[in-house]
Design a protein around this ligand. Sequence first.
Ligand SMILES: C[S@@+](CC[C@H](N)C(=O)[O-])C[C@H]1O[C@@H](n2cnc3c(N)ncnc32)[C@H](O)[C@@H]1O
Length: 252
Amino acid sequence: MKSYLPVLNNISRELRNGRSIYDGYIRGWGIQFGDLREQVRKDPLYKQALALSSGRTVVSEDNRINIFLILRFFLDQIGGGDIIEFGSYRGGNAIFMAHIVGELYPGTRVYALDTFSGMPATNPKIDAHQQGDFGGVDLNELRRFSAANGLYNLEFVEGLFEDTAQSVLKRAQNIALAHIDCDIYSSVAYSYEVVKAHMTGGGYIVFDDATVSSCLGATEVVESILIRRDGLNSEQIFPQFVFRSGLNQARP
Ligand SMILES: C[S@@+](CC[C@H](N)C(=O)[O-])C[C@H]1O[C@@H](n2cnc3c(N)ncnc32)[C@H](O)[C@@H]1O
């Protein structure tokens, strides 16, 4: 299918401070002010993936559309890699991503990490969520659903990230897209720290909730660790924060 991304002739395509300003504008501006949301809603691949994930995700439509655009039009520019999601809850967004990459990039795997029994202990000094939030997931049903729909590239990994992520990352390919969707300071910080060294050059680190009003812990990780400590600039702040890993090395 032909690309329906907007063309912005007035924007430079040069990289700037470790991100592609042009790519950030076409996705973010395209969704917020252009007609990209409508274009994506009509895309048959998006429609199929959305139908499979129906009723199983709390990811907002704009965030999902942005992830779709990255997978559909940008991932092939960085030479591939696997996908990891930190925080999968009922599995809907992982299913959504697995269907898309299954169609577009055979060999790419999606790892979906969660306790599948709710949030671990949270810190009331910064987090609004509480231990046990997002509990009650039927992981066996989720695995059966995924197999019944042929999503053999999708693996649900049960347990605390702190206990599971390192071994997953050891056996995975480099990570082309990390979707960090776990709401609380300690988990968001851990996810970023553990995945950083495993990213493909130019890979996408997407924070689902760092601009969400109920997740100031996630916001603080972006502010204090990515921006202040690591000196990163974001490629997008709408509809969610997107950072690129090692982009200067990947595409000089
Ligand atoms: C907002 S939900 C994820 C939503 C999901 N991506 C979707 O498609 O709807 C956040 C999830 O993060 C998980 N989580 C948070 N911290 C965790 C940790 N340290 N280890 C494992 N899971 C964690 C919670 O159990 C919860 O299910």
